[in-house]
Design a protein around this ligand. Structure first.
Ligand SMILES: [Zn+2]
Length: 157
């Protein structure tokens, strides 16, 4: 069976008799509706793709295809990062910092996601579109992601 979702992703969650999660034909997880991490990474580089973070806590992001007509998933749940190898995880994390402004780390078996502190009720989030060169163009009214130097300074505290 090549289309089963990695068991670590939804381990411990109630399955309500739905059986093991699998990838639907439209590319979404049968349990949570998320797209795959590979697709999420692809869309964070895809010219014309729309991205936005979510409110309050880091658990998902919206990554919409350029024409916004895709029938499959337009959201990515961060718990699906559990299926990535350490190398893949670091690649995703580096990209997510630039695009979403969130930082992802693995701390032992746990996955941590953090964002800059903010006074916004909705928490730190940004949004925009991937430009023709594959780099994110954040909306003019959206917060701009912190640079690598800023993140490095946080790690030393
Ligand atoms: Zn899922």
């Amino acid at each position: 069976m090549g289309n089963e979702v990695d068991q670590r992703v939804h381990a411990g969650e109630h399955m309500y008799g739905t059986g093991a999660p699998y990838w639907r034909e439209d590319g979404s997880c049968s349990y949570c509706g998320s797209m795959s991490p590979a697709e999420a990474l692809r869309r964070m580089r895809l010219p014309g793709a729309h991205f936005s973070g979510t409110d309050k806590i880091g658990y998902k992001a919206y990554l919409e295809a350029p024409d916004r007509t895709d029938r499959g998933a337009s959201k990515f749940y961060f718990r699906h990062l559990r299926e990535l190898s350490d190398v893949e995880f670091r690649e995703f994390a580096a990209r997510a910092r630039k695009v979403l402004g969130w930082s992802f780390e693995r701390d032992g078996g746990e996955q941590v996601c953090w964002a800059p502190k903010t006074t916004s009720f909705y928490g730190w989030q940004t949004y925009g579109v991937i430009g023709p060169d594959g780099e994110p163009v954040h909306d003019k009214d959206a917060p701009k992601p912190m640079r690598d130097e800023w993140w490095a300074a946080q790690a030393r505290k």
